[in-house]
Every structure is written in C-alpha cells, then in structure tokens.
Ligand binder design. Structure first.
Ligand code: SIN
Length: 287
C-alpha cells in the first residue's frame, strides 16, 4: 500500500510502498501525481534504477527536455542531466556547479520545465557519517500566501525577466565559465514570465522569482523595480518556507518547478563524491 509521510516543513513528503523499477499501474501513478501536487516535493527512499528505468518512469509524466548542455548529459541518454563533482579521465562527468544558487529549473525558457526527477547515485558524507550536499526547497505557494495584501496587489499583472545568461555567468567564487557558444546563446534569449504565476493543475498562486535567473522586473527599470525584486527574492526563501533534504544513495525525488525553487549546498569536495542524475519535464506556458 502506498503511504505518504510529511516532512514537517512547509512542503515535502516521503512516499512509501513503491518500487519505481517495477511497472506502476495507472491508479498508483495517479496517487503519486496527486501527492506530488499536494506536497510540491515528494521522494522515495532505497530505489534501484537503471538509467533506462529513470527515463521510462519520467516519461509517464510527459515529454522530457534535452538539456542545452549536452556535455553534461549521461552518454547515450540526452534526457539525463548529470550533476556531479566526479572527474573521469580528466573530464567532468556532469555539471559541477549546478544549482548553487536559488533557482527553478529552466525558468529562463519561454516554456519552463514542469518538474524534475532527481536520482541520488552517490552521496558524500563527513567523517561522522553525516550526509553532505543537501538540497533546499522553498515553497513558492507558501511564499506567495505570506505576502502582504498590498504587495500581492502590486505584483498582480507584473512580469519579471528571466535570464539564463545571468545565472550562467554569475560569479562562482571568482571562477569564470567559458563563454556560451552562439548556438547556446541563441537557444536562451531572455524571457518574461508573470511574477504571480498560477499552477496549471492546482490553480495555486506561486511567487515565481529567484536569485539565480530573475534579472529585473519588466517595464520597471531603475531603483524602484530593483528594490521590489530584491524584496520579493529575499522573501521567497525565508526559512519558514523551506524544506532541507539530506540525501541517501537510492533517493528518488520529484520537485515541481512552478511550486518550488531549490538550492544545492556545496559543502563537500573530492575525494568525497556526489553523483546525481536528473530528468526534466517539459512544461506549459506560464500564466
Ligand atoms: C539542480 O539544480 O538540478 C541540482 C540540485 C542539486 O544538486 O541538489
């Protein structure tokens, strides 16, 4: 029997009683979908999945994205974006610095991602056995609901500019990334999305701004727009809206990219290894 145990934070639940490597019948899949929409982040412990099973389960939710950085995808699986600090034969096996600022996956596309399905293959631990490399998730619905009524009125109808380049080139402890190729640039022009976004299934209002990619408020150049955006971004990740997930190898976690934003904690380094793989669901135009 499938059961859900809340994390105790503003969002998040563990789903128990499902082996994702097996065929999932339609009724169970529907339950998983409903629990995901209700809790915004859901996770399954102790899963043993091949890359093909990860992709096949993800496809039950709909179409998958092929990441713009193909060099970071698992060889033979353009749908599997690898997030890892591991270097093999002198080459990183995936993205080494993904998620190190608050963001929502692919929010910088005209059609942002609906959600992401993240599988933990290797998790680093400190000397005492405590897991490192946690991920924080902030509820965009809790953040929206907690806004003062006047702010909700101010942002109704406003859009924000989401910029891949802002996230890509931001300072990474002094490190510089190699410039995007003209082809990558062409695939990621700045886009505008509603700040108060409506979830396409639940109808809930979400505060859709993040420190990583939200560059400015559309039509509000200058200090007033900057101050409003700063306030919204600071508000959006207040501790009371956040669930912190401590990973175990075998965790399979789903987050909804409209209902939450997330941040990876980089508190480990080689020889401690972290290896995660993500599929990313295609979404629908924000409104
Ligand atoms: C991501 O943003 O996709 C990476 C999250 C993580 O590494 O925990």
């Amino acid at each position: 029997m499938i059961t859900a145990r809340r994390t105790g934070a503003a969002l998040g639940a563990e789903i128990q009683g499902v082996d994702l490597s097996k065929d999932i019948d339609d009724a169970t899949f529907r339950q998983i979908l409903d629990l995901w929409h209700e809790h915004e982040v859901v996770f399954f412990r102790d899963q043993k999945l091949t890359p093909a099973q990860h992709v096949a389960f993800s496809r039950r939710f709909g179409e998958l994205e092929l990441h713009v950085r193909k060099d970071c995808c698992r060889p033979g699986y353009h749908e599997l974006f690898v997030v890892s600090n591991i270097v093999e034969d002198g080459k990183p096996i995936g993205s080494q610095d993904a998620g190190l600022f608050w963001h929502s996956d692919l929010c910088y596309l005209k059609i942002p991602s609906r959600g992401s399905l993240f599988y933990a293959l290797e998790v680093p631990h400190d000397d005492s056995g405590k897991p490192l490399g946690d991920t924080l998730f902030a509820s965009a619905t809790a953040a929206y609901d907690a806004l003062p009524a006047a702010t909700r009125q101010t942002i109704a109808g406003l859009k924000a500019v989401q910029s891949y380049k802002k996230g890509y080139y931001r300072d990474r402890n002094g490190g510089r990334r190699k410039p995007l190729t003209p082809e990558q640039e062409a695939k990621t022009p700045d886009v505008e999305h509603p700040i108060a976004r409506t979830h396409p299934v639940t109808g809930k209002k979400c505060l859709f701004v993040n420190e990583g990619y939200t560059a400015r408020i559309a039509g509000m150049p200058g200090p007033d727009g900057d101050a409003l955006l700063n306030d919204l971004i600071t508000h959006s990740t207040k501790p009371e809206f956040v669930y912190r997930h401590s990973w175990r190898a075998g965790d399979f976690l789903l987050w909804d990219n409209c209902l939450v934003q997330h941040l990876a904690i980089h508190d480990y380094k080689l020889p401690l290894r972290r290896h995660m793989e993500r599929t990313t669901l295609t979404g629908t135009a924000p409104f």
